[in-house]
Structures are given as structure tokens and as C-alpha cells.
Ligand binder design. Structure first.
Ligand code: NAP
Length: 332
């Protein structure tokens, strides 16, 4: 790469000014931050056609979009999940994809626990009653929730976030932890007495099923009608991973039939959640607008990591976090 001439970079989605300024010191930056409708924006298409690097999140980098960026060398996503990127199409061109693991792990684990507690203790449902001025009588058994402390948690996808959820659940809430992953995790067994098991066994035994696998061809609709049928009627499903890991229609049916007790959801098959979603109006769901990593500290740390990934990679230094590390070093 010719380092005498500044590389062209396209920035989109939310990036703090400090990161934009840092990028501008290294690159010619086409700034589309805060803009929507990018796929229909001719200026964005023109910038992409010239770009060696892109940084952002929330845009599906499919084969067609990648083909429209013939100079592209590095994509830096401000997310840990990379289901929005066609890895095969990137790999064929030797385009490096960088992401933001680790820096968001604890915040997402916090939110997973928040959804467990909120669902089981009916915090939103009962709190809304107070906020509406409708606290007319003491609660009775019809309003009671379920305990979290001492119950069994099943983690589907024992990776970075799964481990942090297990730590909180076991050490903080005295929970027994089961997990399902393709590989056993000796650290989880040692630190939290966590038990590696088949998905069906996890579903049958857990009071909370917490989904934390990445979305992939293998995990799409991993939790569907057959899996809901295996869960306890008293169990809660928590999804903080990706909406498509759960078959949403099957989940709605299971919730309506009270085949499970409830669900705490941060992610959905379609986001933002459509106004006609069958999830709206159900009593036994807690619905959040995809806020797993959305704290001031964590979003800043993610933006900083994505920024340094892009600066490092385009300047020939190995970036801290790579998804397809077989594309490093960059092809010139
Ligand atoms: P990670 O460290 O890669 O952990 C994912 C784990 O899932 C891996 O350890 C893997 O273990 C397991 N896994 C993968 N495919 C599987 C399969 N087919 N069956 C069973 N287990 C499988 O990722 P992470 O950093 O914990 O993040 C997890 C996911 O959370 C991300 O991919 C993202 O989609 C989601 N996320 C959501 C938010 C939010 O705002 N809601 C924020 C951050 C992340 P094995 O290899 O042993 O199977």
C-alpha cells in the first residue's frame, strides 16, 4: 500500500468525535456517521468505491456491497458479532475483518443478569403499574415472581460473555450452571462447577436458558418449537445474542401457551421490532432495544478499539482483534 498518500476510509454509524479526529489524522475520512439509508445514498456508494478501509456497524456487508468497494483492504466493525459480514466474500478478496471482543463482555453479561432478574421478578410489568398510578392494593400471589438465587442457569454458547454470566450467576446468585458449547471449557468447570451438556439436557434442567452463541448457519433457529417443548413450564428464555438464533414465531407460540414462563429479549429477528410483532402486548416478556453493550464506557471502548484496529491494520501493524486472521498480513 502506498503510505505516502493517505488511505481513504468510510466511517458510518455512531463514532465519537475523538475517534473521528484520530482517524482524520491518518486517513481521508468520508464521514457518514449518524446517517441512515446508506444503501440508497449515492455519495456513500461513491465513497465506498474509493475506500481502502471502512469503520462502523449496523450495515449488512453482503457480497454485492463488498463488490462495490474494489479497493477495500480492511473492515473494522464496532461490534463483536460479525453475522452482518459475508466472511467468504471478504476472504476471497483478502479483506481483513476486525471486531471488538472483550471490551463489551462485562456490560453484556450485566444485561443478561438484568434480563433474568427483570423477567423472573416481573420488574417492568409491576413497575409500570406503579408508574401508571395503578397501585391500589398490596400485591398478592397473582403478582408474585420467581426466585433467581439458587436456581439452575443453562448457558447456550460458553464463550467470553457466557463465562462472565456464569461467574455472576454462580458466585453472586449461588446458581448451578450448565452449558452447551461445541467444546468443553475446563475453566468453567473449575471456576464455577459448570457442567458441559447436550442442548436437550440443558433445556430440560434449566430454570433460565441464556442464549449467547454467535449467529451462524449452524445456530440460526437453534432454539425452536422442539426446544421450547423441552423447557420447563417455569423456565425463562433470555436472548442477548442475536434474534435469529431463536425462532421468534415458535417463541411467541410458546409464550402465549405458557409453555414457558417468560422471555427476556434484547435482540429480535427484525430490528427495530416491527409495530405488528406478536411479542408486543404479551404479559410475560421483557423487550429491550438491543442495548447489550450500550453504556457510555463500553461504547467508547468499542469505538476506540475499532479505531485502533483500522489505524493499525492500514498502517501495516497487526491489529488487536481480527475475525479472519488468515487475511493478515494484508495483500498489497
Ligand atoms: P464468543 O467468545 O465467540 O463465544 C461464543 C461461544 O459460542 C463460543 O465460545 C462457542 O463455543 C459457542 N458456539 C459457537 N457456535 C456454536 C454452536 N453451533 N453450538 C454451540 N455453541 C456454539 O463470543 P462472545 O464475545 O461471548 O459473544 C457472543 C455473541 O453475543 C456475539 O456473537 C454476539 O452475537 C452477541 N452479542 C450481543 C450483544 C448485544 O448487544 N445484545 C453484544 C455483544 C455480543 P464452542 O466453540 O466451544 O462451541
Amino acid at each position: 500500500m502506498n503510505i505516502d498518500k493517505k488511505a481513504s476510509v468510510v466511517a458510518y454509524a455512531a463514532l465519537p468525535d475523538s475517534c473521528l479526529k484520530q482517524l482524520q489524522q491518518h486517513f481521508d475520512v468520508a464521514d457518514f456517521t449518524g446517517q441512515s439509508g446508506l444503501r440508497r445514498n449515492p455519495a456513500f456508494a461513491a465513497a465506498l468505491a474509493q475506500a481502502q478501509g471502512v469503520i462502523g456497524s449496523g450495515l449488512a456487508f453482503d457480497r454485492a456491497l463488498i463488490a462495490s468497494a474494489p479497493q477495500l483492504k480492511v473492515v473494522s466493525t464496532v461490534t463483536v458479532g460479525y453475522d452482518n459480514y459475508d466472511i467468504a466474500a471478504l476472504g476471497e478478496r483478502g479483506i481483513l475483518l476486525c471486531n471488538t471482543p472483550d471490551v463489551l463482555t462485562e456490560s453484556v453479561a450485566d444485561l443478561s443478569l438484568a434480563l433474568m432478574l427483570t423477567s423472573a421478578r416481573r420488574v417492568v410489568e409491576l413497575g409500570s403499574r406503579v408508574a401508571a398510578g395503578d397501585w391500589k392494593r398490596p400485591v398478592d400471589s397473582a403478582d408474585f415472581g420467581s426466585d433467581v438465587y439458587g436456581k439452575t442457569l443453562g448457558i447456550v454458547g460458553m464463550g467470553r460473555i457466557g463465562m462472565s454470566v456464569a461467574r455472576r450467576a454462580h458466585l453472586g446468585f449461588g446458581m448451578r450452571v450448565l452449558y452447551h458449547s461445541r467444546h468443553a471449557k475446563p475453566d468453567a468447570d473449575r471456576e464455577f462447577g459448570a457442567q458441559h451438556c447436550a442442548l436437550d439436557d440443558l433445556l430440560a434442567q434449566s430454570d433460565f436458558v441464556c442464549v449467547l452463541v454467535p449467529l451462524s448457519a449452524d445456530t440460526e433457529h437453534l432454539i425452536g418449537a422442539a426446544q421450547f417443548a423441552r423447557m420447563k413450564r417455569s423456565a425463562f428464555l433470555i436472548n442477548v445474542a442475536r434474534g435469529k438464533v431463536v425462532d421468534e414465531q415458535a417463541m411467541i407460540a410458546a409464550l402465549k401457551a405458557e409453555q414457558i414462563a417468560g422471555a427476556g429479549l434484547d435482540v429480535f429477528e427484525r430490528e427495530p421490532l416491527p409495530a405488528d410483532s406478536g411479542l408486543l402486548g404479551l404479559r410475560n416478556v421483557v423487550l429491550l432495544p438491543h442495548i447489550g453493550s450500550a453504556t457510555h464506557q463500553t461504547r467508547l471502548a468499542m469505538a476506540q478499539l475499532a479505531t485502533s484496529n483500522l489505524i493499525d491494520a492500514l498502517n501495516g501493524r497487526k491489529p488487536r482483534a481480527m475475525v479472519n486472521s488468515d487475511c493478515w498480513p494484508l495483500r498489497v
